[in-house]
Design a protein around this ligand. Structure first.
Ligand SMILES: Cc1cc2nc3c(=O)[nH]c(=O)nc-3n(C[C@H](O)[C@H](O)[C@H](O)COP(=O)(O)O)c2cc1C
Length: 177
């Protein structure tokens, strides 16, 4: 089964979760591609599209919230990208959010799942639910939704969350296999 994981990040924690989900799914036999929202996606629809982002103001990020977050990021946002992104890189995470990416998504149908990173308090809200709503508007059948908890606004992830992300990735691979 083919899975594509698309994520948005400013401080890098949502990327860590995306990579852990991919690891778990690969361990369960899936073929997985991981992409940041600004990157091009293959034309072909995967068997499962997994979309995740950070929670800003209880929901998906906006241009304002990404700008605000980037002001506080040591490298201007984008986290510690595998390609050395962030810093002066023009492909910063702040340039496009998951909301903009979803707005341009085709309505091809297919299965999807969503996740977010959020703080561990009752008022935290979550981006995963609005991402799921947007995916449904674009014809996707959303089969799972999950949130991963941070210990602070810029991370780190709470202990055990990456293991939980790996397990969730494996579970997703099993659901669609
Ligand atoms: C402007 C702004 C607003 C935020 N609002 C919330 C919020 O409402 N609820 C929450 O749980 N976390 C909130 N956070 C913390 C983010 O969830 C956290 O920075 C993000 O999940 C980290 O992901 P990243 O490392 O991928 O950027 C906010 C952060 C910023 C910068």
């Amino acid at each position: 089964m083919e899975m594509t994981v698309v994520y948005e990040t400013v401080y890098g924690t949502t990327r860590e979760v995306a990579e852990a989900i991919a690891d778990g799914a690969r361990g369960a036999g899936a073929s997985v591609t991981v992409r940041e929202v600004a990157e091009e996606l293959a034309e072909r629809e995967p068997d499962l599209l997994v979309v995740g982002g950070p929670t800003h103001v209880r929901g998906m990020s906006t241009a304002w919230s990404r700008g605000k977050a980037a002001e506080d990021a040591p490298d201007g946002g984008g986290g510690d990208a595998p390609d050395g992104g962030g810093g002066d890189d023009t492909d910063q995470a702040t340039s496009q959010g998951v909301r903009d990416w979803l707005a341009h998504l085709g309505t091809t149908g297919g299965k999807a799942a969503t996740f977010d990173t959020h703080l561990g308090n009752p008022l935290a809200g979550g981006a995963a639910r609005p991402i799921a709503r947007a995916l449904r508007r674009h014809g996707r059948d959303v089969i799972a939704r999950e949130g991963f908890v941070l210990d602070g606004g810029k991370g780190p992830l709470r202990a055990g969350e990456l293991d939980r992300a790996r397990a969730w990735g494996a579970e997703l691979a099993g659901l669609v296999a």
